[in-house]
Design a protein around this ligand. Structure first.
Ligand code: PMV
Length: 311
């Protein structure tokens, strides 16, 4: 039996929309940091007859991992026996905390070890990307960029821009619901691509912000990072809200946390927020403000938990 673990990540520059559905090629580049307190542990062993996938103790009925294993064996020609996969996470899944990212990344790392593939980071990230595009950014930790120029499988892989230790930003996560999301990210982003009048402007603007962000991370410029992350978040939100029918992943507590963070910003605290396809708010701050940010989030009515996701 082989075990591996991976962390989910939060994108500061978002991807929302694909240019190739089956190959899960994002329509825009993205850049993330890991949520180190959250973890998915995955173990695999050779099965007798067919693949078996058990997530948090329950047989996986979605078929998502089984499909991905078929792609690895079929399209990529990986010589892999039937597997029993067992995976569990220490955080809520399917509610916008990127459990698919850490799940596919951990499974990719386990397969790499079981089959002695000895793949480098770009190759690992491409395999993980075929399961979930954000998983490409979870095969390693640090400030991770997922970029590519052509609409081809081999062109889109992740690279490390900076070690996390070189700029250990804090991330406090406000858990605002335990209910799974009603519209999956995959369905939501396809709806946006097909119906939102803001979609094309989003693609162009987000690439510019990505390039600015790589420079901001390299220079460890918090203000520049916050400004690009703000653009990317509100750009994605505009596209979600202008989709037909509109996509709404937030609840009242989400909005209340955002208001609390805006108040902290007005008081000069170096903190910014971002959200994904779910109600939780990820608040990124300079490390010395961890206690203050956490206390303010915890005091917001409706917040179920405030978790420091980075040491
Ligand atoms: O990796 P997916 O296909 O589940 O999509 C994730 C999309 C966002 O979390 C909203 C943005 C991102 O870049 O992680």
């Amino acid at each position: 039996m082989i075990s591996a673990s991976a962390h989910p990540n939060v994108a500061l520059i978002k991807y929302w929309g694909k240019s190739h559905d089956a190959l899960r090629i994002p329509a825009t580049p993205s850049l993330s940091i890991p949520l180190l307190a959250f973890r998915t542990e995955t173990s695999i062993e050779v099965a007798r007859k067919r693949d078996e996938v058990i997530l948090s103790g329950q047989e996986d009925k979605s078929g998502r991992i089984a499909n991905w294993l078929r792609i690895l064996r079929g399209d990529l020609g990986l010589d892999m026996p039937p597997l029993t996969v067992r995976s569990s996470s220490n955080f809520p899944s399917a509610a916008g905390l990127a459990s698919s990212a850490s799940g596919f990344a951990a499974l990719t790392l386990a397969i790499n070890a079981l089959l002695d593939l000895d793949l480098d980071m770009p190759s690992l990230s491409r395999l993980a990307r075929l399961g979930s595009a954000s998983a490409a950014r979870s095969v390693s930790t640090g400030f991770i960029a997922l970029d590519g120029r052509e609409n081809a499988h081999t062109a889109w892989s992740a690279q490390k821009v900076l070690d996390y230790d070189a700029w250990p930003l804090g991330v406090c996560v406000a858990i605002c619901s335990h209910t799974p999301k009603a519209v999956s990210s995959a369905a939501g982003m396809n709806r946006s691509r097909d119906t939102s009048p803001a979609y094309n402007a989003w693609l162009t603007g987000n690439r510019q912000m990505f390039e600015r962000t790589v420079n901001a991370v390299t220079a460890r410029d918090f203000e520049a990072l916050a400004s690009a992350a703000r653009w990317s978040f509100f750009g994605m939100l505009t596209v979600m809200q202008s989709s037909v029918p509109p996509l709404n992943y937030f609840n009242e507590s989400t909005c209340a946390v955002i208001q609390a963070i805006k108040t902290l910003q007005d008081q000069g605290v170096p903190v910014f927020f971002t959200c994904d396809a779910g109600p939780h708010v990820k608040c990124v701050h300079l490390p010395e403000y961890a206690a203050l940010v956490e206390a303010r989030i915890r005091a917001v009515p409706g917040v179920l938990e405030a978790i420091q996701a980075c040491p």
